[in-house]
Ligand binder design. Structure first.
Ligand code: FAD
Length: 334
């Protein structure tokens, strides 16, 4: 057997990590680069003093049989569990529906744990913002970070970031860059509020109608032993877009006002209040391609923007990417 190729993966969200773990052992050297200090991407975990929140993805659902198998393995490892929370639909302070039928899963003790467990099986470099890809005469790709520091050379590159970042990095690979550039993303303001005492809210989470908010959820995995009550609020895509450039203080107050209106509770002063704007939260028009691979340049791209704006979409895209790379490796490195 000839030499095995090296693979560089840009982005340690679920798509990049799924691809990296699936390729392990099949290629010589796989390194995953992540610009943030933690893996997980939009499986965000936010800490404010003693309080912590899942401020990105809240839960996931499972439709595809392959994803079922993966989720079963995650359950066996104890990194996810079914979420048996009471989830309702709210309209102007009234519960108008109760959703007990959908099977949802959450990470244990938080969503980011799924990525952390996968990252342990990868050669992960954090705080590495890859800004330039340079192709050498022999076809090998050199990577550089935003300061111009050399980050290694790889036979095969996979860009596993959100669509706008793929478009930026893959300008010289039109088959990928041009498709990624066509994908539009919604924004999402997340509000993270902790209250010293439990609020009088009987349900665990709610889809909110006719409100600046679209989702509210009690965060159940907080470390603090006291009686604190932590809530994550997500503003609707339309509202988030409208307020995308507003001051944080203004957004914070508007989200809290909407929370009291949605829950029909009188105002309580939060012990901790923070907001975060996900400027690229979810792809509106995924390309429905599973993943992309330009064989001539040996560059691939994957992520939820290829498939569906969900955790399941990101994982399946990462698997599809690994499958394409394996076929390419068998052909080019027999
Ligand atoms: C607020 C919010 C709520 C959500 N709620 C849900 C939900 O309830 N259920 C659900 O199933 N899905 C939900 N989602 C969607 C879900 O989180 C995503 O579909 C999924 O996490 C996308 O994974 P990904 O790997 O494709 O991309 P990402 O998670 O975005 O990963 C891409 C990674 O690439 C890194 N990166 C980018 N550029 C570079 C670079 N130049 N160099 C190095 N690294 C780079 C990023 O830092 C990031 O870690 C939600 C998303 C948001 C934002």
């Amino acid at each position: 057997m000839g030499r095995k190729p090296s693979v560089g993966i840009i982005g340690a969200g679920l798509a990049g990590l799924t691809c990296g773990t699936a390729l392990k052992g099949l290629v010589e050297n796989i390194r995953v680069f992540e610009k943030s200090i933690f893996p997980g991407g939009r499986l965000g975990r936010f800490r404010a003093g003693e309080y912590e929140f899942n401020h990105g993805a809240q839960y996931f659902t499972v439709n595809n049989p392959l994803f079922w198998n993966i989720v079963s393995a995650w359950q066996t490892e104890g990194i996810v569990r079914p979420w048996d929370g009471w989830i309702v639909e709210l309209q102007k302070g009234q519960i108008i529906n109760s959703d007990m039928a959908t099977q949802r899963f959450v990470g244990v003790p938080h969503m980011q744990m799924i990525a952390q467990c996968m990252a342990r099986q990868c050669d992960l470099v954090t705080s590495a913002n890859i800004s330039e890809l340079e192709r050498q005469g022999d076809g090998v790709w050199r990577l550089f970070n935003e300061r111009g520091d050399y980050q290694g050379a790889y036979d095969i590159l996979i860009v596993a970031t959100a669509a706008h970042q793929v478009a930026d990095l893959c300008r010289s690979i039109p088959m990928i860059g041009e498709l990624a550039d066509k994908v539009d993303m919604t924004a999402c303001w997340s509000g993270m509020f902790a209250f010293e005492h439990k609020l009088n809210i009987p349900y665990d989470a709610a889809f909110v109608l006719d409100s600046p908010l679209s989702w509210i959820s009690r965060y159940q995995f907080k470390q603090s032993a006291n009686d604190a009550d932590c809530w994550v609020l997500h503003a609707s895509p339309e509202w988030s877009q409208q307020y995308a450039t507003s001051f944080r203080g203004r957004v914070m107050h508007a989200m809290l006002d909407a929370f009291w209106e949605a829950t029909d509770l009188k105002m309580h002063k939060p012990a901790s209040a923070s907001v975060h704007c996900w400027k690229h939260a979810a792809p509106i028009n995924p390309i429905r391609e599973d993943s992309l691979f330009d064989e001539r340049h040996a560059v691939g791209a994957c992520g939820d923007w290829c498939t569906a704006p969900r955790i399941e979409g990101a994982v399946l895209s990462g698997f599809s990417m690994a499958d394409r790379i394996m076929k390419h490796v068998r052909k080019v490195y027999p």
